[in-house]
Design a protein around this ligand. Sequence first.
Ligand code: DQA
Length: 150
Amino acid sequence: MVTPAAPVLVLNGPNLNLLGLREPAIYGTDTLDTIERLCHDTGKGLGLRVECRQSNHEGVLIDAVQEARTAHRGIVINPAGYSHTSVALRDALAAVGLPVVEVHLSNIHRREEFRHHSYVSGVADAVICGAGAHGYALALTHLARLIAVD
Ligand code: DQA
């Protein structure tokens, strides 16, 4: 049972620890640290406590999603490369039954064809892509709404 005061989880997948250095023309110049600060600040304004995690490992992301079932009220996730490959991550999100908002910094639909499909989108309540770092603020704002009507 998740307590009403439980935090929300912002989960970032592989290579997002390299933000700032990584293909800035696509992903922007904000670092993961800056994005996580934006998430904490946005959460504060919404009355949500935010916890942020990042991993380059599929199993670690799945463990984080499973742990969120009893520890968090909802999930904002940028599954990064695993969006396009991971049935297991999708299954974990479906299993925990929490509100989920998927975020991508870039507009994956304007990029290579292999990025157009995300396994996660089919189990997400909403998907935000192409808004850069601001997408995380939008995602948290929508998550707060989903939690409020839950
Ligand atoms: C991404 C888009 C993915 O296709 C890519 O593999 C990423 C980042 C984004 O935020 O735009 O690592 O999720």
